[in-house]
Design a protein around this ligand. Structure first.
Ligand code: HEC
Length: 143
């Protein structure tokens, strides 16, 4: 028969795990990501962006969709010379990584009436694409 572990046993295991974590030497810590704005791999994200978004978008020119440089942190529908749907104009969204993730999961579910019909179903792909978009934001001017 399998004997259920006592609560005390759990405490001991947790303490051992905790001790093991603290015992890690400092150099075993993972290096901080290149961009602190978003998790994910921007290098992989760039390839995905070109393959999945490049047919309609680019960083610096409006195409079927609006240009993207600096989109992370920007209010939705804020490129002045792009003709957005009224749905996106009225959305009052800001393109935080979390909102971009929901958007890329299914734009018309997130903003009914939008004209963007593409979506990305794999969560890691969305994260990497968002990391790439975040990496395109120019740093703020030094004061
Ligand atoms: C089939 C064409 C098409 C593809 C492919 C496409 N988009 Fe779009 N995208 C659009 C259109 C059109 C709009 C404008 C939507 C509107 O006005 O409702 C848009 C809008 C956006 C916006 C809002 C930008 C803003 O200024 O508010 C983001 C963010 C975006 N797309 C990201 C992506 C990403 C990331 C991909 C790749 C995974 C992608 N799109 C693929 C057509 C596309």
């Amino acid at each position: 028969m399998v004997r259920l572990l006592s609560p005390l046993h759990h405490v001991v295991v947790a303490a051992l795990l905790l001790a093991a974590c603290y015992a890690q030497p400092a150099h075993a810590q993972p290096a901080p990501a290149a961009s602190p704005k978003a998790a994910g791999d921007p290098v992989r994200g760039e390839k995905l962006y070109e393959a999945r978004c490049g047919g309609c978008h680019s960083l610096d020119a409006n195409r079927i969709g609006p240009k993207h440089r600096g989109v992370v942190g920007r209010p939705a529908a804020s490129i002045p010379d792009f003709m957005y749907s009224s749905a996106l104009k009225k959305s009052k969204l800001v393109w935080t990584p979390a909102n971009l993730d929901r958007w890329l999961m299914g734009p018309s579910r997130f903003v009914p009436g939008t004209r963007m019909a593409a979506f990305v179903s794999v969560p890691a792909d969305r994260t990497d694409i968002i990391a790439y978009l975040a990496s395109t934001t120019p740093p703020p001017p030094k004061k």
